[in-house]
Design a protein around this ligand. Structure first.
Ligand code: V47
Length: 375
């Protein structure tokens, strides 16, 4: 098989990159840009598959999770976001009470979920105790549920808003039962992009600093990249190189998730958003560049179940999960379902020739699945 990939890579002018992949050598910034610019999806995808299988064999992971978005009122005004309502018009958005949030979790007690993923707007009306009590309340009503909550951008907001040292904030959340951090808020870790479309959000340096501190407190996290808007291919690679450098220092990242930009209902609605080709290429290039990340997630919510399934053969080893009631991209025009059943995920994975593995939030295996019963 390797010689077929080698031929493909040579035919696309990427033979030297193939050699590095085979020898497990780190790829350079220029290698990353060249792979994107080659448009050689078959070659890049096949090389990414080598790394994917080296790291994760034939396994493809999913998690049984739900999302919770306590508020979409936000002071940051990111141009790419269709989810938020500006604080100055806060009556147009929602801000749920603690009880309402806890009810969202409690009403699913019968469902075999293992994770709740919580993110929201930067809403100055909510007190510190709201966030802490939310994490603690979920853990009390459902001790088996892992709380993956709030992005590095939100922890920075909490520290500033409540005038507390970041380390104290992180320790308070840990003591309340926080399990890990989702990867959002990173967008593209390049100042030029920030200035253009989210200039009030924390800088790349601060996102990396908050994340490093969280890792230092023993909290693991994910990392995302929002692509397909105003960023260049070089800037995508710069983003990946910055994450890779931090991972060298901390080892705290679990997975990388490329997030396909959805333009509807945003200030960037004139942009077309990425294509399926770009979705697959971005998964494949990230698998090859992020040699120190164990997992690459093809988030089916953003790139569709069909493309995510295909990505399982081009670098991705995880589809995220059942995701009950996704709002962030559905408010930006996503046409995907707001959730998938476990059977639907199993079918996607099996038809891609992979072995489904239900994981917990830290990528421990919970359940493997044999071949489907023949009808
Ligand atoms: O940070 C916002 C993105 C992120 C849009 O860690 C948009 O496992 C596309 O981070 N089009 C939040 N994307 C979601 C997120 C996430 C999702 C799934 C799994 C994990 C994980 C993390 O959503 C934001 C932003 O980058 N986003 N608006 C939009 N219009």
């Amino acid at each position: 098989m390797a010689h077929v990939v080698e031929q493909l890579a040579h035919a696309s002018g990427l033979g030297d990159i193939f050699d590095k992949v085979q020898n497990e050598e780190r790829l350079t910034f220029d290698d990353g840009v060249r792979m994107f610019e080659s448009r050689a999806l078959m070659a890049v995808g096949a090389m990414a598959n080598i790394v994917r299988e080296r790291k994760n064999g034939n396994r493809a992971f999913f998690v049984r999770n739900m999302h919770l978005n306590p508020t979409n009122v936000c002071t940051v005004d990111c141009k790419f976001c269709g989810f938020y309502r500006p604080y100055r018009n806060k009556e147009l958005g929602w801000t749920w009470s603690l009880e309402r949030c806890l009810d969202e979790v409690r009403r699913r007690l019968e469902e075999p979920l293992t994770e709740v993923h919580i993110v929201g707007g930067h809403n100055p009306d909510l007190p510190y105790e709201f966030y802490i009590d939310l994490v603690r309340g979920i853990r009390e009503s459902r001790p088996d549920m892992h709380v993956k909550a709030f992005t590095a951008a939100e922890y920075d907001f909490f520290a500033k808003r409540f005038k507390k040292p970041l380390d104290e904030v992180l320790e308070d959340f840990k003591a309340a039962g926080l399990g890990s951090l989702p990867g959002g808020g990173a967008e593209v870790l390049v100042e030029r992009v920030r200035q253009e479309i989210y200039k009030k959000k924390i800088s790349a340096e601060r996102w990396l600093e908050v994340t490093e501190r969280a890792h230092g407190h023993g909290l693991r996290s994910n990392a995302t990249m929002l692509y397909g808007h105003v960023e260049t291919l070089d800037e995508r690679i710069e983003h990946m190189c910055r994450l890779r450098a931090l991972q060298d220092r901390t080892g705290g990242f679990m997975c990388f998730i490329p997030l396909a930009f959805h333009p509807e209902n945003t200030e960037l609605s004139h942009l077309p958003g990425p294509t399926g080709f770009d979705d697959l290429m971005t998964v494949a290039v990230s698998r090859l560049m992020l040699d120190n990340f164990d997992h690459i997630k093809a988030y089916w919510i953003m790139i569709s179940p069909r493309v995510a399934q295909t990505a399982l053969n081009m670098g991705a080893d995880c589809l995220d999960g059942t995701v009950v009631e996704e709002k962030i991209v559905h408010m930006a025009g996503a046409k995907t379902p707001a959730g998938l059943s476990m059977d639907a995920l199993l079918r996607l994975i099996r038809e891609a020739g992979r072995d489904p593995v239900q994981r917990d939030s830290l990528y421990n295996e919970l359940q493997t699945f044999g071949a489907p019963a023949i009808a």
